[in-house]
Design a protein. Structure first.
Length: 419
């Protein structure tokens, strides 16, 4: 058995043990804990809110004993971890990860797959009941399988036209959210390699900004910013680059997509259910973060002579003006983590923070070969179609692409399909 296989096998078993230990020391969020909290006497109803539902009965007998000991969690964790990808596989951690990070990764993966219920604070409105329910293609930690796992946003007047999430479902007793203003849709983005992008220093991004196009290439990328906690900080995560860092990105998704309040969330949305806030402790958010942070980038496909030629064409057209092959110490992501105006054809009509409807953060291209459709709303069925829709700051490279001879165009597409 090779060293990687030994470390993988050890990590799986050790992560189960770590999960059990965490459960025993109350560091892991357990369904039983929230059920017990829900069973406590409810406070008097607050004006303008729904009356509290009857309390949920606490578990009895053997189930109560299993929950008290965390054995049911151990069983679920074992089933999940046994089939988890090993280091270096798609959806797994890096082969270079030390054993402590492997433990964090596999433990975090079980948290990522946890299915929340109303008794645990899900809702009152939500998109789905687990992180993995939306990030599942081509494996857990990826993007949505199709637009059924997509994210809908709208721009109510009270936000000043700013986009906000539009959740698809509601728990019993609550109405689904209604759209106001313009409505758009976004694909659920893959999470591969985000831990590396979180480590890119701001100085590396700042060095690439060119709001006045001083070099004359038509590209005017800028950093996005978000306010919060009395400060204005550069942000980088999300399709409009509206989150500061990976932890806030994960915590924000728990609120926005599942209605789960937590202490890390950047700007808590009013939560109208009967559960005491925060519904999810900081420790659980950090478990989710640990999984995403250690989720390795997808491996490249075969590097053939055609792929090598295509990479040269990609650079010659200045596609690398936005899709940088090197950013800080990170290689192969093909992004600058800046926002760019992509023209009227890709204008969603919804702004988000400092980003206008036409501005989008440069999407990382690693893992492109695992996708079936392209662009922020998957409107493009092929890479060729996606390139044809690039406008705005990408007009010059897109025009040059259309003028390529047949061999160079095939090489460029072959290069992109290898990522």
């Amino acid at each position: 058995m090779g060293i990687n296989a030994r470390r993988w096998s050890f990590a799986k078993r050790a992560a189960v043990a770590a999960t059990f230990i965490c459960a025993a020391t109350s560091l892991v969020w357990l369904p039983g804990a929230n059920q017990a909290r829900a069973a406590a006497p409810s406070p008097p109803p607050i004006a303008g809110k729904l009356a509290p539902e009857p309390p949920i009965a606490a578990p009895q007998g053997l189930m109560a004993a299993w929950q008290a000991l965390g054995i049911d969690l151990m069983a679920r964790s074992w089933r999940s971890l046994w089939n988890a990808p090993r280091p270096g596989e798609l959806g797994g951690p890096s082969t270079a990860a030390p054993w402590r990070l492997l433990l964090d990764f596999y433990d975090g993966r079980t948290a990522f797959e946890h299915v929340f219920t109303e008794a645990e604070g899900l809702g009152p409105t939500y998109n789905d009941n687990s992180c993995a329910a939306c990030h599942l293609h081509p494996t857990i930690g990826g993007g949505g399988a199709d637009m059924k796992q997509g994210i809908f946003v709208h721009g109510p007047k009270w936000t000043g036209g700013d986009a906000m999430g539009l959740r698809k479902h509601a728990i019993a007793g609550f109405a689904k959210e209604q759209a106001a203003g313009k409505v758009g849709r976004l694909r659920t983005p893959p999470l591969f390699g985000l831990g590396l992008l979180d480590l890119v220093p701001e100085s590396a991004r700042a060095a690439l900004e060119d709001p006045n196009d001083k070099n004359g290439d038509g590209i005017k990328g800028v950093r996005a910013y978000r306010h919060g906690g009395g400060e204005r900080r550069p942000s980088r995560f999300g399709q409009k680059a509206n989150d500061w860092d990976l932890r806030h990105f994960a915590a924000g998704a728990m609120v926005d997509e599942m209605g789960l309040t937590n202490t890390v969330r950047r700007d808590p949305r009013a939560d109208r259910d009967k559960h005491k806030d925060p519904e999810v402790p900081r420790a659980f958010v950090m478990r989710i973060e640990a999984f995403v942070r250690n989720l390795a980038p997808p491996a490249r496909g075969p590097i053939t002579p055609q792929v090598t030629r295509g990479a040269a064409v990609f650079a010659r057209l200045n596609c690398t003006g936005c899709h940088r092959p090197q950013l800080g110490k990170v290689s192969g992501a093909y992004t600058d983590l800046l926002i760019h105006d992509m023209g009227p054809g890709l204008d969603s009509g919804l702004k988000d923070g400092v980003a206008t409807g036409a501005q989008w953060r440069t999407a990382p291209l690693w893992g492109l070969r695992h996708r079936a459709r392209y662009l922020h709303d998957e409107r493009a069925p092929t890479i060729d179609a996606a390139l044809a829709m690039h406008q705005g700051e990408a007009t010059a490279p897109a025009t040059a692409y259309r003028q390529l001879n047949k061999a160079d165009k095939a090489a460029l597409l072959g290069f992109l399909r290898s990522l």
